[in-house]
Write a protein that binds this ligand. Structure first.
Ligand SMILES: Cc1ncc(COP(=O)(O)O)c(C=O)c1O
Length: 421
């Protein structure tokens, strides 16, 4: 019997497609088992901004791999985790005092909710249990991170418990004001995506200012979920460094190891951690694979690579390149375009194209989109009514031209197949 490896978000009948079986990778290039080669314009689903097979990261992982490849943080510690934590805090450049390791973005967000609620209990404010996130947000797929996600992910089918979760607007400060007037004293945590990965929507400055003001009024923790936006995707190391007020918690995961090992790190501000220090109380959370020397060494490798790479110049250069590429395509094919930095969306304002694609693909249009772009030589992330493009920081000018060409050829083909024309 052939064992089926279950692919996420994929119907069993669509699994194991040779066109989507990745057999090799180099730099930003992916090779598939149908012989096709395509450039990765999703940064490996936001995980791989520094190239596949990055040798600096590999060299850093070599030493623990052959000796202390595992060392738990469950009542123990290790130097690799300490060093990785130090580097991450320095990169954000603010007063973060504690770091909680985990193994995924979803687990990180679960931990953040627990942290905020345990802090409230320690402060004698057990009534502070509510978590607020943006409508349309994505915070993961575990039961509690699904509850945090404002995007519709079929939560009801899993009896996801949303009793203490609320989703509010990206652009209406008054909605925040009204909600806090009624429930502010019950809020433990406000968890925000700096840019919504579900469709490249950004909160307005007015909403961010309002939340900063509410943070001063009501004693909740403000968290940036930087699982997707961290590592310069929006220009600065953490996107929340551009917010009117630095968050109390910042969560990183994707890109921490350039995709070489599963990891997440939650930075905790001095003020938030002080409550646990005062009570000398353990934070009741732990994953036995979190903060392993191997994954921490990969993070140290990522920082080493960045320090040798003129990282900010490259981020700026690739950001300008992809913005210009998208602006051209927007004009040429009358597309909707939004985004900034390394985070862009191109698509159609309505769902007519999707319906057409669905007819074409006799099923879920996502497959038609993914396959069409890949067949033209570029891997993109399907989005609502369009695609997302998240180029790797190491993308060269020549590769950017190739990405532009492949996108243009695919849009041209898709344009031709629009039956209403
Ligand atoms: C903003 C955000 N938070 C959380 C997650 C969940 O991360 P993971 O897939 O590692 O559980 C993701 C994944 O895409 C994400 O983009």
């Amino acid at each position: 019997m052939v064992v089926q490896v279950v692919e996420s978000f994929t119907a069993p009948g669509m699994m194991s497609s040779p066109g989507r079986r990745i057999v090799d990778a180099d730099g930003i290039q992916l090779k598939f088992s149908d012989g096709r080669v395509a450039l990765c314009a999703t940064s490996g689903l936001w995980n791989v901004p520094f190239g596949y097979g990055n040798t600096t990261v590999a060299e850093h992982m070599e030493q623990p791999l052959r000796s202390l490849h595992y060392g738990t943080l469950f009542r123990y510690s290790n130097d690799y985790a300490d060093r990785a934590a130090q580097l991450l805090v320095e990169a954000v450049g603010d007063s973060y005092q504690a770091v909680i390791f985990g193994t995924s973005g979803s687990a990180l967000n679960d931990a953040a909710v627990k942290f905020a609620r345990q802090r409230a209990v320690l402060q004698g404010k057990a009534e502070k249990r509510i978590v607020v996130t943006f409508r349309g947000s994505y915070h993961g797929m575990t039961l509690s991170s699904m509850a945090l996600s404002g995007e519709r992910l079929g939560q009801a089918a899993f009896s996801v418990d949303i009793r203490f979760v609320r989703h509010l607007s990206l652009d209406d400060p008054e909605e925040w004001e009204h909600f806090f007037e009624r429930f502010g004293n019950q809020v433990a945590l406000v968890m925000l995506e700096p840019m919504l990965g579900s469709g490249v929507f950004e909160p307005t400055q007015a909403v961010l200012r309002k939340i900063a003001q509410l943070r001063d009024e009501y004693d909740f923790l403000l968290m940036a979920d930087e699982v997707a936006t961290g590592f310069y995707k929006l220009g600065t190391f953490a996107a929340s460094m551009q917010w009117p007020r630095m968050p109390d918690l910042i969560g990183f995961s994707k890109a921490l190891t350039n995709g070489a090992a599963a990891s997440s790190m939650l930075l905790v501000s001095e003020e938030s951690w002080s409550v646990f220090l005062e009570h000398d109380c353990p934070f009741m959370h732990g994953e036995t694979q979190a903060g392993s020397p191997l994954s921490a060494a990969a993070t140290i490798g990522v920082f080493d690579f960045m320090s040798q790479y003129e990282i900010e110049w490259h981020v700026q250069h690739v950001s300008e390149g992809i913005a210009a590429t998208c602006a051209n395509l927007e004009k040429q094919f009358h597309l909707a375009h939004r985004g900034r930095g390394l985070f862009h969306f191109l698509g159609w304002g309505d769902d007519a194209w999707w319906k057409a694609a669905a007819q074409d693909a006799s099923g879920d249009p996502i497959w038609h989109i993914v396959d069409s772009f890949r067949e033209h030589g570029v891997v993109v992330q399907p989005s609502i009514h369009g695609i997302q493009i998240i180029p790797q920081i190491v993308t060269t000018d020549a590769e950017m031209c190739q990405i532009g060409q492949a996108l243009s050829e695919t849009f041209e083909q898709l344009e031709r197949s629009r039956p209403w024309k």
